[in-house]
Design a protein around this ligand. Sequence first.
Ligand SMILES: [Zn+2]
Ligand SMILES: [Zn+2]
Length: 115
Amino acid sequence: MTDSPFAPLGRYDTRGQKCTYSPGDIPANDCQANATWHILWNATTADASLACDPHMAQARARFVFVDTHRLSPDCGMPNAAWGFHNKRCYYLDDTAEAAVIAGAAHDGHVKETAR
Ligand SMILES: [Zn+2]
Ligand SMILES: [Zn+2]
């Protein structure tokens, strides 16, 4: 182990994030379980929630939502984008999601030149 005085800075670790289920939206009713799912309720307003397995199951049974995916390190972070393709949140410098976008653009270009 090295003794570097610099903290190993990086993206925020979300493993401690809790399920946001809270009937009545009061602290006494907060679900204390660790979140395992990220739910996007409205893509326009970017309303999203974190849910544990039982509350994700309840949401699936009762409510409509835009998309959901397993909680990942970038979920809930400022400026992170919702990844519909790869089913996780990501930053615009994320090469895996960028490859999907580039692939889609390439397909469009091929069709355009074929005309
Ligand atoms: Zn819960
Ligand atoms: Zn997410």
